[in-house]
Design a protein around this ligand. Structure first.
Ligand SMILES: Nc1nc2c(ncn2[C@@H]2O[C@H](COP(=O)(O)OP(=O)(O)OP(=O)(O)O)[C@@H](O)[C@H]2O)c(=O)[nH]1
Ligand SMILES: [Mg+2]
Length: 252
């Protein structure tokens, strides 16, 4: 089974992408089976019907009630419980009878990515299915260059942290089409500083040094602009994921 783990900062469109991309896969590859999994224990409602839902095991609302915690404390607790129950979660995911699986992750990405949960999940899932990740970058017109560059760096940091190939996608292109932000991301992910601050304000030397440091890692250099709302550029997303799944492609 080929699986795409959907990562991204809060509100970047992970859930919308999971719904619309899995629907695109279903139509494109019928009669192959496309499934979805929800790993966000805090979400209240979903625009798709998950084939696996972690809320059957653990829910942030239950923890808030039982352990008298606020939403973030309860989410941290839920992440700990998910790690403790990882065997059960991975077994359920890996035993789904699907050809493609799209996995939605918690809204607060740092809880998934910068605590044991993300790494443990990726390690365990990689042993029973073909795993790649997408990182949804979020952009809106008028953003400062510093914000764009730090978001792109986050995609790289996630890859290093999770030990899984991360395909950078730039979501919500329906609201920023034509700005060429994906080219800035590509430069950052290649570690190229030339042109990064031209006409856009000066980046701090420290930030530029960080970008330079990226050039010492093997990086993907294609950043696909998408719209999860409108389902734009999904064939390109699929092609990039396929290169990772069959490890036969050159992403340059
Ligand atoms: N314009 C536009 N809005 C989008 C797009 N994708 C998602 N959104 C909107 O962005 C908001 C957040 O979308 P979600 O899919 O809930 O994002 P998420 O990353 O799952 O959010 P959390 O799980 O709460 O962190 C919603 O209002 C979506 O309608 C897109 O492609 N274009
Ligand atoms: Mg979500």
């Amino acid at each position: 089974m080929d699986a795409a783990l959907v990562l991204g900062t809060a509100g970047s469109g992970k859930t919308t992408f999971t719904a619309s991309y899995s629907e695109w896969l279903r139509r494109r590859f019928m009669p192959l089976r496309s499934c979805t999994a929800n790993l966000d224990p805090g979400v209240l409602s979903l625009p798709y019907k998950p084939d696996y839902d972690v809320r059957e095991l653990i829910s942030v609302q239950d923890i808030m009630g039982k352990e008298i915690l606020g939403p973030n404390g309860a989410l941290v607790r839920a992440a700990e419980i998910m790690v403790a129950k990882m065997g059960e979660i991975v077994e359920s995911l890996c035993s789904l009878s699907c050809d493609h699986l799209v996995i939605d992750t918690p809204g607060q990405m740092e809880i998934f990515a910068f605590r044991p949960l993300g790494r443990v999940l990726c390690e365990r899932l990689s042993s029973c299915l073909n795993l790649a990740a997408v990182f949804l970058g979020d952009h809106e017109p008028g953003r400062e260059m510093e914000d764009i560059v730090t978001s792109a760096l986050l995609a790289k940091i996630l890859e290093l942290k999770l030990g899984v190939t991360v395909i950078p996608l730039l979501n919500k292109m329906d609201i920023w089409r034509g700005e060429g932000v994906e080219k800035v991301w590509e430069r950052v992910l290649r570690g190229e500083v030339d042109g990064l601050d031209a006409g856009e304000g000066t980046l701090s030397d420290a930030l530029l040094e960080l970008v330079r440091a990226v050039s010492s890692f093997k990086s993907p250099v294609r950043v696909v602009p998408i719209s999860a709302r409108e389902g734009i550029n999904y064939q390109e997303v699929f092609d990039l994921l396929s290169e990772v799944w069959c490890s036969c492609g050159d992403m340059t």
